[in-house]
Design a protein around this ligand. Structure first.
Ligand code: ADP
Ligand code: MG
Length: 240
């Protein structure tokens, strides 16, 4: 579903992605771990070309991402992304936030987009908030709207970059529950998270990054009980 081959990226002198090879099969849930600054967000952002790469290839469902243009917009729509900050449109209602891209990008009728948006809001447990504005919702509710909004595009892959890091502790589980359900339903997911309980429970695979490289690629169980590298052991000693 996602295929990255020999991907290199620099920010000036900083080598932020070092020769990344990563194959994510359909339906797999990949947890991305690593210290701050190791390149996790950059990895996510390159997958839908929010960030260009210097060399290498990235393909989604066998289609290599073009650098720009209409074809890029179409392929980007196949990759849903949820960030730490929810980025909802403040002056649109919850329902409008979820309907917007399907109407503009997928050219759905408003009626069709509305039906689907209400279904998705139901699924993330906030259909009763559809006519409110983002600021009237809690952080956990806003993040669930952001997930519904991404799902409204019928993406083939969902990328999550620390989706619960900005939330108050009591709201973390309501967002993780939605993600767990999505994982169980077979969505292909790449999840950057510090929620180790979620990583162990929902993850099929862990990749551990350090200094822009993937240094471990294994099962959650092996990673947490028998990390191989000193970098991973050091990381785990600080977070567990
Ligand atoms: P992580 O998500 O693992 O914390 P990032 O991918 O955000 O790491 O960042 C990796 C490195 O790239 C960091 O050293 C960061 O400071 C740097 N970086 C990230 N974005 C930019 C940018 N737009 N310009 C320059 N440097 C950047
Ligand atoms: Mg990050």
């Amino acid at each position: 579903m996602i295929s990255m081959t020999a991907v290199q990226k620099h920010y000036g002198d900083l080598h932020v992605l070092r020769d990344i090879d990563l194959e994510v099969p359909t339906g797999q849930v990949v947890i991305v771990l690593g210290p701050s600054g190791s390149g996790k967000s950059t990895l996510c952002r390159t997958i839908n070309r929010l960030e260009p790469i210097d060399s290498g290839t990235i393909a989604v469902e066998g289609k290599v991402l073009p650098a720009e243009g209409k074809a890029l917009a179409a392929l980007r729509a196949d990759v849903g992304m949820v960030f730490q900050s929810f980025n909802l449109f403040a002056h649109k209602t919850i329902l409008e936030n979820v309907m917007l891209a399907p109407v503009k990008v997928r050219k759905k009728s408003k009626a069709e987009a509305k039906t689907r948006a209400l279904e998705l809001l139901e699924r993330v447990g906030i259909a009763n908030q559809a006519d409110k504005y983002p600021a009237q919702l809690s952080g956990g509710q806003q993040q669930r709207v952001a997930i519904a909004r991404a799902l409204a595009m019928s993406p083939k892959v969902m990328l999550f970059d620390e989706p619960t890091s900005a939330l108050d502790p009591e709201m973390v589980s309501e967002v993780l529950d939605v993600m767990t359900t999505l994982a169980k339903e077979g969505m292909t997911m790449l999840v950057v998270t510090h929620e180790m309980g979620f990583a162990r429970k929902a993850g099929d695979r862990v990749i551990f990054m350090a200094d822009g490289a993937i240094v471990e690629d294994t099962t959650p169980d092996t990673f947490f009980t028998a990390p191989k590298t000193d970098r991973a052991k050091d990381f785990l000693s600080k977070i567990l």
